[in-house]
Design a protein around this ligand. Structure first.
Ligand code: A2P
Length: 257
């Protein structure tokens, strides 16, 4: 058996000069849990060049979707940003990851806290109808530098509200909270600041974060994870894992060094 599935690019969209998303075909044998990631990449000089990417599409989707940064001198993303319809993408056979429902104790509201391309696993989770059966509210918080960088998450959320079936599922349950740090917007400031001072739950019409009731999934840069974990601990939240469910789970967003 080959180490990778070879899938075909079916769609590419450049959101900004730093961010793009793309879709590929999906082998029916490639199964994953919403929120997981896989190694994906390209053949370069006869060798596979791979990085970890969260699946942004939900697992009921016939295709696969990914959301990526473009790093000008990044070994993979400098090439990946040039992909065209019909190109081949390698997809590793073993999806994995910690942003899965079984690592969390049951709760009232699910907070999905991301920055940048850290939104990718949550694009999968908020398109999974079963998550709305588990929680009263699903709160998708996306911190970005600029308003333009929130375009992908806004597109996913708008798509849910426009979808014949999902519109009813998400109505009154999905709360979308984009916040930007480098220009004026409806919500400004880092996600960590707004969660620590309580302004994000307050502006979203929700009670302050409470480990007895709320569950949190976190995905962003290393610095963002460090600060958000400190905040979680200060608020009395305990980290969950596949062996012991807890109040929050974290995953590093794909960053190419
Ligand atoms: P800032 O503009 O203050 O750096 P990036 O694209 O660089 O990953 O950033 C995405 C968003 O994450 C930006 O709004 C950025 O804010 C924010 N950010 C960067 N570091 C942290 C951190 N340690 N905690 C929370 N948010 C962060």
């Amino acid at each position: 058996m080959a180490a990778f599935f070879e899938e075909t690019v079916t769609h590419v969209h450049h959101w900004t000069d730093r961010l793009f998303s793309f879709r590929t075909t999906r082998d029916p044998a490639f199964r994953f849990e919403n929120g997981q990631f896989a190694m994906i990449g390209l053949m370069v000089d006869g060798r596979p060049l791979l990085r970890a990417y969260s699946m942004a599409s939900p697992n009921h989707d016939d295709g696969l979707e990914f959301f990526s940064i473009k790093v000008p001198d990044g070994p993979l993303t400098s090439r990946l940003q040039g992909i065209k319809l019909g190109d081949t993408i390698l997809i590793g056979r073993k999806p994995t990851g910690t942003l899965v429902q079984d690592s969390l104790l049951p709760g009232r509201n699910l907070y999905l806290v991301s920055t940048g391309t850290g939104f990718a696993p949550f694009a999968s989770i908020i398109r999974d109808f079963t998550v709305y059966e588990r929680y009263d509210k699903v709160v998708a918080i996306h911190g970005c530098r600029t308003v333009a960088e929130t375009a992908y998450s806004r597109h996913i959320v708008d798509g849910l509200h426009a979808d014949e079936y999902m519109a009813e599922v998400v109505a009154g349950k999905l709360v979308y909270y984009p916040t930007v740090t480098r220009e004026a917007f409806e919500h400004v400031g880092r996600v960590t600041t707004g969660l620590r001072d309580g302004s994000i739950p307050a502006k979203a019409g929700l009670a302050p974060l409470d480990p007895a009731l709320d569950r949190v999934m976190i995905c962003g840069s290393e610095a963002m994870l460090k600060d958000t974990v400190t905040l979680m601990k200060d608020l009395g939240f305990e980290e969950g894992s596949s062996s012991k469910a807890g109040h929050y789970v974290i995953e590093k967003a794909f960053v190419e060094k």
